[in-house]
Design a protein around this ligand. Structure first.
Ligand code: ADP
Ligand code: MG
Length: 395
């Protein structure tokens, strides 16, 4: 895979795929990490006098123009963050308009193309669409790792028609995830939580082969406990996945990967219940209660394994963190990782909710790396290839 770091790209018309699918509440961007992530690539392309056209998706307009999903609102933020006085905006991919805009722009100027998913050909990965889009350009750069698990025209189609390069943040994501997956310091520990095993079966199977210890928390752990014959009361769990849970435990035994399941749990009648909170051993879950967080003994056990590890990967909150006090274990674990961050341990985290918890704990700077990708991060951990990265490699 060619990285823009290794090449001079000078005075070219560049199509740059970025991920500007930022979270927005009441018209305000609440989280700008994905914007910051592409700054370095834009800076380099700008300094080397290229005309830069940004492509991104935003939401799910399903191949139709829908003003609700317009990217126009993000222009002023991009101008501020990229320190540009003006960013051009292309409302449609009309070729005449495209040519006129390229003519108008000076070397180093940037133009944002309207939500690429307004075009039917994007998600259907229509080759003609990619070909048409590539027409007035010399180079394609992909700096959107978080969208690279999608077989879409702006991810896998464009590299078929243009010399293609990986941007800085894409290279950075892969490098950091691979440090854990292929090159991990030992002993290593994966902490996996979240609500459902069903979304993380392949992840668990793959991690078992790479890790010395895996700690399983969150509602996922309930499915394992239930499979082992423990009464989990009203806890969220997946009845039809008991066999899979047992086979994961069996495989772990075979390859000598230690699985830590909760020793104790914090239970309540429901997510909002703040009165009937009951910390108990796993064998004493009341039949009218649900396990909403892991308990103190379990937090202690996980912490002691973190201290013994040289590398830690974390995906998935260990409790229903959106409903305090069931955020306690996740916040505590984030703080433990922050506290030992200077001891030479390498720590990586990813997943939308995991990042929210780490922020709640104000522990972001305690991690060696936090992935900016959600689904793409998980698929990479599953050992799946990334269509976007493969498309760059083929060039
Ligand atoms: P990420 O986005 O970091 O990959 P997931 O989406 O897999 O994480 O899981 C996060 C969700 O899991 C949260 O909404 C959280 O409330 C839920 N969760 C964790 N533990 C429990 C539990 N014991 N009961 C119910 N929901 C839980
Ligand atoms: Mg999530």
């Amino acid at each position: 895979m060619k990285s823009i770091n290794d090449f001079i790209i000078n005075k070219k018309n560049v199509l740059l795929r970025v991920d500007l699918n930022v979270p927005v509440i009441n018209g305000k961007i609440t989280e700008k990490t994905r914007i910051y992530a592409v700054k370095k690539t834009i800076k380099k392309l700008k300094e080397q006098n290229n005309k830069i056209f940004l492509i991104s998706h935003f939401g799910r307009p399903k191949g139709e123009i829908n003003k609700i999903f317009s990217l126009k609102f993000i222009l002023t933020t991009l101008e501020e963050e990229f320190e540009l006085t003006k960013i051009y905006f292309l409302e449609t991919l009309n070729e005449k308009l495209m040519k006129e805009t390229i003519e108008k722009m000076q070397p180093g100027d940037v133009c944002l193309i309207e939500n690429i998913r307004f075009n039917e050909g994007e998600e259907s990965n229509d080759l003609n669409f990619s070909k048409q889009l590539s027409k007035n350009f010399d180079i394609f750069v992909n700096d959107a790792f978080s969208a690279s698990h999608r077989i879409h025209a702006s991810i896998v189609g464009l590299p078929k028609f243009l010399p293609s390069y990986a941007g800085y943040s894409l290279v950075e994501e892969i490098k950091n995830i691979n440090i854990f997956m292929n090159n991990s310091k030992k002993p290593n520990l994966a902490i996996i939580g979240g609500s459902k095993i069903s979304t993380k079966i392949n992840l668990l199977y793959n991690l078992i082969e790479k890790c010395d210890v895996i700690s399983i928390g969150g509602a996922m752990a309930n499915t394992f406990l239930s499979a082992m014959g423990i009464n989990v009361g009203l806890s969220l769990h997946e009845k039809d996945l008991k066999k899979i849970a047992l086979s994961i435990l069996e495989k772990a035994k075979k390859v000598d990967c230690k699985i830590l399941l909760p020793l104790d749990l914090v239970c309540a009648n429901n997510l909002q219940d703040k009165i009937n909170i009951n910390q108990c051993n796993i064998n004493n879950i009341l039949s009218n209660q649900m396990a909403l967080d892991i308990g103190c003994k379990t937090i202690k056990e996980i912490s002691s394994y973190i201290l013994k590890s040289k590398a830690v990967l974390w995906n998935g909150p260990l409790g229903a963190f959106e409903y305090p006090p069931f955020d306690k274990s996740s916040v505590k674990i984030a703080k433990v990782i922050k506290r030992i961050s200077t001891s030479g341990i390498s720590t990586i985290a990813g997943g939308g909710d995991t990042i929210s918890v780490i922020k709640m704990a104000k522990a972001q700077d305690g991690f060696s790396y936090i992935s900016k990708a959600g689904g793409a991060f998980l698929e990479w951990l599953e050992g799946k290839s990334s269509p976007g990265v493969d498309a760059l490699k083929k060039k």
